[in-house]
Write a protein that binds this ligand. Structure first.
Ligand code: CTP
Length: 222
């Protein structure tokens, strides 16, 4: 059994909302501020861990001491995660990754027309699901598989849907919240470690929530 409790970990964190370009100047994105991922990076550094932060564009100042990898699209985030994943002990996917991307982005700026415009979208790669399938690869057996932490934003059956993602993506922990948490300073989150009961945090700021998530990660034993 390997216990990460007091060990220094190499933590890979993703943050922000990806941008899926329609043409060179227009994109589809979401309301994620990146605050949760950045708070997790800061809390991890404070706890003495090594941090790589893969970030989609945000208005936030990057935490000092972390290795920063800047990306825009879901495809670029996937490439960056694939590159960094072999070197990490724990992946926290706090990014709001677009589930769809334009099927045929235009190389030149689209001109407006009087008629309706239909955008065709194709699914992106589920990065976390990929990680769930590869979590044991190129790892010494004594270290056990990497710890995977996912996020779920649910407006219905929050715990039921999040629990399904925990199972289907082969995660060790899921952090679920409601849409009100987007961009908010303070929020309540529901956390489940695989095989344990749900924990509901008090309404608190993201710095506190990040610390709580990290202390729970330290209890995940392999
Ligand atoms: N995620 C990912 N790759 C994607 C989409 C999401 O790695 N292409 C990650 C997110 O970073 C987050 C978790 O998966 O940790 C969210 O799960 P997901 O099932 O994608 O949530 P939703 O996009 O909200 O899915 P649904 O619309 O089915 O609720």
């Amino acid at each position: 059994m390997f216990h990460f409790g007091r060990q220094t970990m190499r933590i890979l964190i993703t943050a922000g909302g990806t941008r899926e370009y329609i043409d060179p100047v227009r994109f589809i994105s979401n309301a994620s501020s990146g605050r949760m991922g950045y708070a997790l990076a800061r809390a991890s550094l404070k706890a003495g861990h090594k941090v790589t932060l893969i970030t989609a564009p945000t208005a936030l100042k990057p935490p000092t001491g972390a290795k920063i990898v800047r990306v825009e699209s879901a495809a670029q985030m996937f490439e960056a995660v694939k590159k960094q994943f072999p070197k990490c002990d724990c992946l926290i996917m706090a990014a709001a990754v677009s589930d769809y991307t334009p099927a045929k982005p235009s190389k030149t700026k689209l001109k407006k027309q009087a008629t309706k415009l239909t955008l065709e979208l194709k699914p992106t790669q589920d990065i976390l699901k990929w990680a769930g399938k590869h979590k044991s690869e190129s790892r010494a057996r004594r270290h056990g598989p990497r710890i995977l932490v996912g996020f779920a934003l649910e407006d219905r059956d929050l715990r039921g849907n999040a629990e399904r993602k925990l199972r289907e993506k082969n995660l060790d922990m899921i952090v679920a919240n409601a849409p009100g948490a987007i961009g908010a300073q303070r929020s309540t989150v529901h956390i489940k470690i695989r095989g344990a009961d749900w924990i509901e945090t008090a309404r608190s700021d993201k710095t506190w929530v990040a610390r709580r998530i990290l202390s729970l990660i330290a209890t995940v034993t392999k």
